[in-house]
Structures are given as C-alpha cells and as structure tokens.
Design a protein around this ligand. Structure first.
Ligand code: SF4
Length: 140
C-alpha cells in the first residue's frame, strides 16, 4: 500500500497536551515496554546501572521487559507529569503514531476520543509518520 492510499495521506495533527492518558494502562495497551536502550537511557538519567534499573522498575512478561512498579501504570508518571521525559521509552516518544493506531477506524474511534492531543496542533506529514513508524524517531 502506498502512502497516497492511506487514510493519513494528508497528514495527522498531534501536539501533546500533557494529559498523561497515554501513560495509563488501558485495554490492549497494557504495558510501557522498555528495551535495553530505553532502560539504559532512563538508568543514566536516574544515575543508576541498567541492571539496577531493570530490577527496580521493570518486569518481564511474554519475553519483554516493561515498566512496573507495584500497582501503578508507570512508575514515572507523578503529579500529572513524566518525571523521566527526556529519557522516556521509545513507546512514549512515538505516541500516537503506533502501527496499531494507523487504521482509520482505530484513529477515529480510539485515538481521537482518548487522547486530547490527537487531532490538534502540529501537522505531521504522511512521510514523517511513515518515518516514525519505521524508525521510531521522536514525536515532538
Ligand atoms: S515514561 Fe513518561 S511518558 Fe512514558 S508512560 Fe511513563 S510517565 Fe508516561
């Protein structure tokens, strides 16, 4: 399928409103995954080793590490803000441009109704969205 035939061919708008909604567990978006690079980056920010970070803040489910701290969705979401924003995981950097969101009905019914930043602010061109989907990049 080419970019031209996709529902976001004219781009999509997104600017984070700081709601923290994407930081909360919901339905299938159950975990904030933390790859080795993610863990390392946050560990450096917190002044600890990756190993110590992994033991303190993550859990492994189905072979993948995800952030975990008792009952909280994310241990770093405090007082309505991300306390590790500069080093946040790739998953957080790329919201809302996740592969599973790139279906018109999902975008319309789930993302737009859930996230106050979706559909507003900065216009991401289709090419930029494709790049984020492919390489991760950063949603600013
Ligand atoms: S790391 Fe930050 S942006 Fe990611 S889920 Fe936690 S609080 Fe939200």
């Amino acid at each position: 399928m080419t970019t031209k035939s996709k529902f976001y061919e004219k781009g999509l708008r997104f600017t984070c409103q700081g709601s923290g909604k994407c930081c909360a567990t919901r339905d299938k978006y159950a975990y904030v995954y933390a790859s080795f690079n993610d863990r390392k980056r946050i560990a450096v920010l917190l002044g600890m080793s990756e190993q110590a970070f992994r033991a303190r803040f993550t859990k492994k489910s189905d072979g993948r590490y995800h952030l975990h701290d008792g009952g909280r969705d994310c241990p770093f979401f405090r007082e309505q803000r991300c306390t590790v924003y500069a080093a946040r995981p790739r998953q957080c950097r790329t919201w809302p441009f996740w592969p599973e969101n790139m279906e018109a009905n999902v975008w319309e019914k789930e993302v737009l109704s859930y996230c106050p930043g979706a559909g507003t602010g900065r216009l991401y061109k289709a090419e930029e969205i494709e790049e984020i989907l492919k390489r991760g990049g950063e949603v600013t």
